[in-house]
Structure formats: C-alpha cells, structure tokens
Write a protein that binds this ligand. Structure first.
Ligand code: ZN
Ligand code: ZN
Length: 155
C-alpha cells in the first residue's frame, strides 16, 4: 500500500484504491482502502475510507466467522518535526498506508468476538459445539449457582 507522490506538485491531489490482506492483532483482515492524497503546505493529507472483512474466531464456540468493519482515513504524512501534532513519516516521496490502516483497523477489532448473539458456546463437559446440536450431557447441575438454588428448594 505504497503511494508514490514524486510527481505530485503542491496543491495537487491524486486518487488511490488498494486491496490488501493484513494481519492485525493476529486477525487476518481483507481490507479495501480508497480516497485521495493532497499535497498541501502541511504535508500530504490522506483522506479516504476503508472497509474490511475481519476473519475472527468466536470466543465461545471457537468457530471461525467474519465481521465487516469500515472507517474513515484522515492522516497527515510529513517529515516535519512538530511536537504538537502526530505525523506519519515517509521516505523517498512514498507514503506507506499500511501502518495508518493497521492503527485504524486495530480499533475495530472487538475485544470479545462472538459469532452471534445466540451463540450457545461449547458444552463445558464434553466440548461439543452446542450451536451444532445437543450433546446429551447433563449440564444443569454442573453450574454451582444453579446447584445452590437447587439446594434452597430442596426442603
Ligand atoms: Zn460462537
Ligand atoms: Zn456435552
């Protein structure tokens, strides 16, 4: 995701459109980024959008699933040293979009990945994925809270 800005003069802009596979926080991500780069007094301003497919693994049932994410790119590339502002640095008049995209996608990766609101997870006794069917284990009495309740009602 390198953008060559050698031919860009001050005041000009150019379009970019990239598709690439990244790995962010161990999550494989297919990302599509598009927008424009403007060469201004402040530096090279990248403004655009991205949409991504996150290839996640459910924390409950461990099945693979995908989740879409999208966001806005609004980045400044400059080699000026300005302590007030955060710039992406670049070399050889070439902007690398990858670190900026990774930073944006990082924020979109859920802390807890769950394949669906109805995910039933794995059976704590035999490990079967309960979304795929009942295993037949007697799970109710393995829950200590539930067991406590059962004790209350015993007498
Ligand atoms: Zn799940
Ligand atoms: Zn089971």
């Amino acid at each position: 995701m390198l953008i060559d800005v050698k031919k860009l003069s001050l005041g000009e802009q150019l379009d970019f459109d990239y598709k690439e596979n990244l790995v962010v926080r161990n999550v494989p991500v297919e990302v599509h980024a598009f927008g424009k780069v403007s060469f201004t007094e402040e530096g090279y301003i990248v403004s655009g959008k991205f949409d991504a497919v996150l290839n996640l693994k459910c924390d409950l049932c461990l099945d693979a699933f995908t989740q879409r994410a999208e966001g806005v790119l609004d980045e400044v590339y400059s080699n000026d040293a300005d302590e007030e502002k955060e710039y992406w640095h670049f070399e050889d008049k070439t902007l690398d979009l990858k670190p900026a995209l990774e930073a944006n996608i990082m924020l979109k990766i859920p802390m807890k990945a769950v394949c669906s609101d109805n995910c039933r997870g794995l059976c704590p006794k035999c490990g079967q994925n309960l979304n795929k069917g009942e295993c037949g284990c007697d799970r109710e009495y393995s829950n200590p809270v539930f067991e406590g309740l059962m004790d209350l009602f015993k007498d």
